[in-house]
Unconditional design. Structure first.
Length: 294
């Protein structure tokens, strides 16, 4: 597997400068700024969102999706804030804005669905393993963000480089390592570009590093990487992929599903980082599938 070094980082920056990555929306910056206040103002936050009617509608649509599990339908931004709380609302705004920045092609939708499924799975795994992860500063919100952004560069690279299309099945399934092949085509890979995109959106440094290394299989040999967060993304990514395969969402582009035992054998270090065994993984998978099927 290709390693991430300073040369690859500089090459990635050159690529990113040509790709013209979508900038962090001002609404995300303003909402984050208000949330950093000692006493955040609900009305101020609500007004920031509602001043853009289109974005307000997108936020409401995300809030009312099954993934957020509210007991009743939300009809206004202030109502959403009251029901969800500030941290959950920030997560929804980020999700809605990121979705808005992606295009509308079939490939974009496939990768958006995968990103959202991985985000929900990562958050659920983080909650289930809270006692293990909290010592490393990994919260469910941080896990959600990592899952949401982990493959976000793929639709952008697909749009800018038609030759990249052949990697779509491998990028989703992880069954074949594509990092070296991506490097040959674009001089970098979707992990690095995704990490740089996340950084431009002021995503926490740990999440950016986890995105850059989320295909890594040799975590112990890498210094200063959030190994537990990377491992969590890998597990959530696998759950999202297997769920999508089970409902036929990616069956047309991926041949053959990963067997849980086979995946576990090849990701022993990942499972060790999270103190998981095959039985634990099976239980978590059932729980995640229940969440995603709502």
């Amino acid at each position: 597997m290709a390693t991430f070094d300073e040369h690859r980082a500089q090459q990635a920056k050159k690529i990113v400068s040509r790709i013209n990555l979508p900038a962090q929306p001002s609404i995300v910056m303003e909402v984050n700024k208000e949330l950093r206040q000692e006493h955040p103002n609900f009305q101020r936050i609500a007004s920031l969102v509602t001043q853009d009617a289109s974005m307000s509608a997108k936020v409401i649509n995300v809030i009312n999706s099954p993934f957020f599990g509210l007991s009743r339908k939300v009809e206004s931004i202030i109502q959403a804030l009251t029901l969800m709380g500030l941290e959950n609302f920030r997560k929804v705004v980020l999700t809605a804005c990121l979705q808005d920045k992606l295009g509308g092609s079939i490939s974009d939708q496939i990768f958006w669905d995968h990103s959202l499924h991985a985000a929900v799975a990562a958050e659920a795994v983080a909650k289930a393993l809270r006692s293990i992860l909290m010592a490393s500063g990994i919260t469910p919100d941080l896990a959600y963000m990592a899952g949401l952004f982990h493959d976000i560069a793929i639709p952008i690279l697909l749009e800018k480089n038609p030759d990249y299309k052949e990697f779509t099945p491998f990028a989703l399934s992880h069954k074949l390592d594509i990092i070296e092949e991506e490097d040959k085509i674009i001089g970098s890979d979707h992990c690095v570009v995704g990490g740089l995109l996340a950084k431009t959106w002021s995503v926490p440094e740990a999440v950016c590093k986890a995105i850059i290394h989320h295909h890594a299989s040799d975590l112990k040999s890498r210094d200063n990487v959030p190994s537990k967060l990377i491992s969590l993304i890998q597990v959530a990514d696998y759950f999202a992929y297997t769920y999508e395969y089970s409902i036929g969402a990616v069956g047309t582009i991926i041949q053959g599903q990963w067997d849980l035992e086979e995946w576990s054998d090849l990701h022993e270090e990942t499972l060790n980082e999270l103190n998981l065994n095959l039985e634990d993984l099976e239980d978590l998978k059932d729980e995640i599938f229940g969440l995603l099927s709502h």
